[in-house]
Ligand binder design. Sequence first.
Ligand SMILES: Cc1cc2nc3c(=O)[nH]c(=O)nc-3n(C[C@H](O)[C@H](O)[C@H](O)COP(=O)(O)OP(=O)(O)OC[C@H]3O[C@@H](n4cnc5c(N)ncnc54)[C@H](O)[C@@H]3O)c2cc1C
Length: 346
Amino acid sequence: MNRAKVNQGNNLADYHDVWVIAEQNEGKIHPVTIELVGEGRKLADSLAKKLAVVVPGADAEDEARKLLHYNVDKVYYIKHPLLKDFSTEGYALSISELILEKQPEVVLLGATSIGRDIAPRIAGKVGTGLTADCTKLEVDGEDHKLLQTRPAFGGNLMATIVCPKNRPQMSTVRPGVMEKAAYHQEIHGKLEIFIPSLKEEEIRTVLIEKVKSDKKKVNLIDAKVIVSGGRGLKAPEGFALVRALAEKVNGEVGSSRACVDAGWIEHLHQVGQTGTTVRPDLYIACGISGAIQHLAGMSEAKYIVAINKDPNAPIFKVCDYGIVGDINEVIPAMIEAIDKNGSFEI
Ligand SMILES: Cc1cc2nc3c(=O)[nH]c(=O)nc-3n(C[C@H](O)[C@H](O)[C@H](O)COP(=O)(O)OP(=O)(O)OC[C@H]3O[C@@H](n4cnc5c(N)ncnc54)[C@H](O)[C@@H]3O)c2cc1C
């Protein structure tokens, strides 16, 4: 049921403020929210507008209030018992209702499973466009439109997209792409509670049970060090070498898509355009050629070390330190050197 009135023939001057739609699970705010708040602040300052964060939930007021510590001007807490657990309709309907009432100029969501689920529905309900998976956002110096940049044509070029006639301008941004906002002890913003007119019959799904995955968690986004393997490993067993080095340097194991497609390792480990975007202090690429789609996910690492037997591999153009050699010789030599040293520090 679509009870939201569609936003036709926008009068652009009626729209104000930059919004971030927060993601929370059992009251815990997803890190991408803090990243979007960091980016949202920059956009709001460029537009001379306010920054607001929207938190849907049933008993998440305390967590919502904490977001005021990230230099946020307002937190809208959408409070309703039906928002206790995530549901596509519950979130999309109540966020759309708030957007139609308050008329923000820009709305940002994380390109997470939840963000990807609700963002297009919200855009449809409020009658605007959506640019998914943005890697860069900026404000046009002349007409103040939001310039939304994302990879296109398989990552071979970057497209900058504008939403010229409708508001809000909506974008999703993948976790790990933007820098987190800083925490401040003082707050200057306020929390406002919004009670949506949500009805039980509008939510077509019923949550029966939550089952936690027993898979080992791979946290590439927060990892300070990542050791990644590519097709140069030759076989799934090659990852034993990568894991051994990752253990020595206290890092996570990453992978190129070639290894994921070959079934050598799970997709959770994939770095790149269709995997995870990472920004560790140290990224060690082992037997990875450096295809543009891989670079899209790791080129923001502080230091990149590449090991490849081909001196012309493109990865050498982006790395800080390059080792031309066979990974089967270089990785054991690195492990031995760390053992001799007794410890590893970046
Ligand atoms: C739409 C789209 C999205 C994509 N998304 C992603 C993505 O998210 N992530 C991603 O990684 N890719 C992605 N790709 C795939 C990407 O284009 C490349 O195919 C992939 O990254 C190649 O992986 P690789 O570097 O491991 O393999 P290869 O390109 O085959 O490179 C293997 C490298 O290993 C080296 N090597 C071989 N043996 C050794 C040895 N013994 N010692 C040292 N070096 C050795 C070789 O010299 C070579 O450079 C995407 C492609 C498309 C079209």
